[in-house]
Design a protein around this ligand. Structure first.
Ligand SMILES: Cc1cc2nc3c(=O)[nH]c(=O)nc-3n(C[C@H](O)[C@H](O)[C@H](O)COP(=O)(O)O)c2cc1C
Length: 235
């Protein structure tokens, strides 16, 4: 599409409604079919995601997309390291939340465990659920999202915008995804597996592929705070 055509874009009412449906129907998916996504479609989606905005148009995202045999050896390496408690994060993550944020964290945890029949006392079930992360929830593809080592919180914001644009682009093409902080729990292992320079720092991973619609894991639909709870308007 030409630049003029893009700049003149005026969404019709149907397109607006479809966009609302698309944005609000994206969900983190935690059970995938093994079927791979066509490489041409993957390339198209990643090209589209690069339209995300960034401070001074610096585009500080460095995605590494892993499929096939490489994906399997990455899974094995992550299982061996993170799965056995060997953690080395480029950016510390406490995972401690307070007040309403803690309540929301608890709520999604309960919903997820209930969906797969794991009770509060079931430590083995919880561990299995944790380990499923390291198997990319069965997804045939995973993108590891890095940024340059000079980058800081402002660039992390840019990368977050990129990641959401990426996941929405996937969703628009029938591909599901799950962003995963856990996939950054051992950045050295990921760098080693992909021969990535230490000047690239890992933020998180995104597993993606076709959703397994029958899985109870995918029957979780977390709600959001209402507009009046989250947003203040001034005049
Ligand atoms: C940066 C980021 C990291 C996340 N890390 C994980 C993760 O490690 N494992 C996981 O199962 N979900 C992870 N999630 C998914 C969240 O739990 C999910 O986005 C949230 O519960 C809202 O649900 P929804 O995405 O289905 O709307 C992550 C989400 C984001 C944005």
């Amino acid at each position: 599409m030409s630049n003029t055509a893009l700049e003149d874009f005026k969404p019709s009412q149907i397109q607006q409604e479809e966009f609302s449906r698309m944005v609000s129907s994206r969900r983190s998916v935690r059970a995938f079919l093994p079927d791979p996504v066509d490489q041409r479609l993957i390339s198209k989606i990643f090209a589209l995601a690069a339209s995300a905005p960034s401070n001074c148009n610096t585009q500080p995202w460095l995605p590494h997309v892993v499929s096939g045999a490489k994906r399997d050896s990455m899974r094995d390496a992550l299982m061996k390291s993170i799965g056995e408690g060997d953690h080395q994060l480029d950016f510390p993550y406490e995972g401690k939340y307070y007040d309403v944020y803690r309540q929301r964290q608890l709520e999604i945890g309960i919903m997820r465990y209930q969906a797969i029949g794991v009770t509060r006392e079931d430590t083995s079930g919880k561990r299995q659920a944790f380990l499923r992360n390291l198997e990319f929830f069965g997804a045939p593809h995973v993108a590891f999202i890095f940024m340059p080592d000079w980058a800081d919180i402002r660039e992390a914001v840019d990368v977050g915008m990129y990641a959401q644009t990426l996941m929405l682009s996937m969703h628009a093409h029938g591909i599901s995804s799950c962003p995963q902080t856990i996939l950054g729990y051992n950045a050295d292992v990921v760098r080693e597996q992909l021969d990535i320079d230490p000047s690239e720092k890992l933020l998180f991973g995104i597993s993606f592929g076709y959703k397994d619609k029958t899985s109870p894991e995918n029957q979780v639909h977390p709600s959001r705070a209402t507009l009046s709870e989250s947003t203040l308007f001034y005049e």
